[in-house]
Structures are given as C-alpha cells and as structure tokens.
Design a protein around this ligand. Sequence first.
Ligand SMILES: *Cc1c(COP(=O)(O)O)cnc(C)c1O
Length: 345
Amino acid sequence: MSTGHLTIDLDAIATNWRNLDKLSSVETAAVVKADGYGLGADRVVKALARAGARTFYVAAAEEGAAVRQALGPGPTICVFSGHMRGDSDIISDMQLTPMLNSARQVQRHFSALPEHGFGIQLDTGMNRLGMEWDDWAATAEDVLRRKPFVIMSHLACADEPDHPMNPYQLDVFHQMTDGITTPRSLAATGGILLGEKYHFDMTRPGVGLYGGAPFSDAQTVARLDLPVIQIRSLEEGEVVGYGNSWQAERASRVATVAAGYADGLIRAMSGKAVLHFEGQPCSLIGRVSMDLITVDVTDCDEDPEFLTILGPHQSVDDLAQAAGTIGYEVLTALGSRYSRRYQSR
Ligand SMILES: *Cc1c(COP(=O)(O)O)cnc(C)c1O
C-alpha cells in the first residue's frame, strides 16, 4: 500500500474541547466547517457531542446536512453563510439554523421559512460577513421579535492578543447589542484566550479543537505517516527532482516518499519542510511533486519504511511555518488519498 496513513485522535479532540470549555463559564460550541477542518466531520462531531457539545457551526448548508446526518435530531447546527438562495429546503429538511448576514437574507428567511429558527451575524469591523449598523438598525426590531437563537460577530485579529482591533470590535459589538436579551457570541479560539470579557453567552472554537495555534495547550490530534517507496545512494554533486533544485553536498541517501501536493503537501514546502524517523529530523529536499517528495535520510541509523510529517515531533503549525502558511491551511488541505484511522479508547 503506497498511501500515507492519517491517524486522527478523537480523544484529543474531545479533550481539547473540554479544556477550551473550562476557560469560560458559558456554553462552548464547536466549529466543524470544511469537513471538520479536514479531519472528517462525521467522526469529529460524534466525538464532540459525546464530550458535551450541543451547538455546531458550519460554513455552508450542505455541510450542515452532513453534520445533521451524523448527529441525528437534537443538536443545533448553525450555518455561517446564512440563508442563501436555493437553501430553504435544506435548511428546513435538515433543521439548520442560518446566521442571517444581510437585510436581504433576513427578508428571504422570513418569507420562505417564517417559523424556522435563525441567528444573526453582525459585522463589527472585519468587513467580511454580517450586517452593518444601517441594516441592523433597520431590521433589529422585526428580527428580535422573532427571537433569534444567537447574535454573533467575529474577531479579525484575535490571534494577536495586544492588537487594538480586539477591544475596538468588542466595543462595537457592545454598542450594537447591549440591552438585547438574545444570547451573544463573539469569540472563536483566539477570542476565548483573550479572557472573560470576550466570552458573552457562547464561544465558537474551531482550530483549537484540532490541535492548532493559538491554543498552545492543545493536544496533538493529527499524525501523518508516509511510506517510503525506495531509497537510493547519491554521490556528492548528484541532483534530485524537477528543476534539479537540490544537489548533494556529500554522499547521501535519498528516500522517495509517497505523498505530494495532490495530498496537501503544498509546493511551498519544497526544500523547507522536515520529516522525522524515530526522532531524527530528515529534510525534504528538492521540489514537492504531485504524488512524491524526496527526503534526505543520510543521518538515519537504518533505512526508514515510513517518515512522519505530522505527529509528536512536528505540529500542524510547525509544518505550516516551514511553508509560510498557517495550521488551518495545512489541516484543511490534507488529501483524500490517505488511509484514515480514528483513534479513541
Ligand atoms: C472559522 C470560524 C470560527 C472558528 O475559528 P477558529 O479560529 O478556528 O477557532 C468561528 N467563527 C467564525 C465566524 C468562523 O468563520
């Protein structure tokens, strides 16, 4: 078998949720968009529900339908993109709760599904999703009469605790919502770590559940072991891979490993990432190709059968940093070719 093995520790996800839950005194929801940050929403949501999560957030109604199928009736499943044209049936059939983002979405929802639950997303300065002052002022009275599930907004810079945008958005959120009895939600993973003022009535962690920054106390969730297809000896001066971008400066052993950019090992990792064999770091050399990478295993005591690119020696954020990106992108890029194993006791 030449596919990599992706091992996902469901107990670690549950532990991360519990530990984030302990950081606030309010309800902790779980963000499971993009197929549970690439780790498999169906398994992830069941583990989170067992840990105690009752509210789940996804990006699109179609993702919400998959989560509903995994969880069955009961938990609330919120959709960040709101009520899009053509979504009325899926929202109704799958009992999804759209976060309405504009006056237009409010109108669409109230006319298509007047009795159906919803939430409101407000823009407090990120300028991405949610109603701004004018729209909110014009619709608030009508909206609040129909008792939204939650009023939420999202922080743009919460991973930088000292960023002035954090208190600014907090202030705008207060101004837009103070005096309203609807439950409020502002904090994702970064916002939880900013402290109690940011917690309101519900937090919405995503990346921290999956072991990513800025939740530095997170347990490792994903391990990725890649099979070595062959190993060759090179003499000093020989070259490796497309564009001959690596040249041996000493007699070397080079392993050809079965995973490439089609599996989410983005090309920016070329010549930068590190893999591990029993604690021994081994450099990724040359360019990442579609299905293969090449790795310098000269310093290994024996020829490895597998090399580990995510695991105890290297987190998603470590790998992301080597490629100039963020842990979120490394996780959600994890390919469909890996054989996946879910671990729980
Ligand atoms: C993705 C997302 C979250 C979760 O953010 P993390 O940084 O992964 O914790 C919460 N709220 C909104 C609106 C999001 O888009």
